[in-house]
Design a protein around this ligand. Sequence first.
Ligand code: ZN
Length: 442
Amino acid sequence: MEKAQETIYKTVHQYSRGLVPASDMEKLEEIAKDYCHVKNQIYQRYGGIHSLAKLYPGYTVQNEMTQSGMRKSLGLPAAYFYCAVFDALGDVKSQWSYTRARVEKSIRSHPDLNHKERHYLRFIMKQSQCFEAVLSGKIPDISGNWQEKFEILRAEVDGRRLDQYLRRQVRKHLQKLHTDAADGFSVAVKGYRYGDHGIYLSTKEKRKRIFIPLTDGNQYERQLHISIDPDAGKIKIDIPIEVKTKNREDYCNEVGLAVGMTEMFVTDQGNIYGGRYGIYQDALTEYVREGQARYRRNRQNNPGRKKYYAGKERLESALHTYVNAEINRMLETEKPRIIYIPKLPSVPKAGINRKINYSASMWQRGYVRSRLAQKCRERSIELVGVFGKDISRECSRCGGNGSIGQGDFICSRCKLVLPRKHNAAKNARSRGRLLMEPKTAG
Ligand SMILES: [Zn+2]
């Protein structure tokens, strides 16, 4: 089999350096305000039932918007105006996909529809011209044998009643879109230029670009998204970057993970990664505990803490190197498409003394999770958090309750004996799959 390379998008960021002057920020705010206005106009004009036919491929909308004269009257450069148009059209299209999915679900679960009626409705929803015609109350006139098929199906049902039902359903689920967010905008390539360690952006004033210094010297040539923060005097640029993934079709497994303090990860197959995690973690915790005790004892002598912090940093960095290597090894070995992991419980209350140790280890757990999340994003692996309550006490074979003894889970119903974390990982996988079910059924 040939190895297909898939292109995924990763967003990289750029940041303004120093404060953006208030007069420049005002110009950016004007653009953001107009951008928001254009989006709302698109929502209003093309968000309804009767505009469905105009949405694909979208050039009709683009032409109509050009002819509307709105761009001229706003004085908004084309590099922003058309981004707003397509940005809003994207939202309208997602709203339609959502609506279709909801309507299909209603048809599936409607108790009074018979087999032929369901079939007729599904046919309409599949055939886009047909769907558009029915929504605008017309009799469909579609090409070739589709028309024949449609007429055969319609002859066997009460078409008028079913068409009405479909229109009602669509109206019920299709929501009116609106936005008040004027905190950013997208800009096409011709609306900006990189240079002088910054970016020049078009404004509403003809031929006047403002210059914003950036913290890095990278340059891109694609549509950018600019977020503005007028209070802080900052901007952020989001750039979607295409990344070629490697052998993505190998990554096809569904993996349940249990996260532990001794062993970092145990999979639902019982594989262990980060088996020495607990040793690294204990060394760090112990060092922090001793260091703090020593500090409290000698506080009046005002001891220097430089040595302590250097030692702590060394241990921490050894732990982090280990964590990263083990996450990589897990991903490369397990080749997951999707990972199910129990959500972190909220921090329980603890006594003063325990709190120190507890927070140190909690912080490291946060580190493990955030590194895992980042590495999954880079490889476009889906990471799904599952409900973690009682995940260690439920039997992964029969669902019964069990107890924990000497690191093993023992089911009181079916007598299953399994290492505690292995059992929990199996539960994570089955809870995760349950969670994903409604999505894959559609
Ligand atoms: Zn059991």
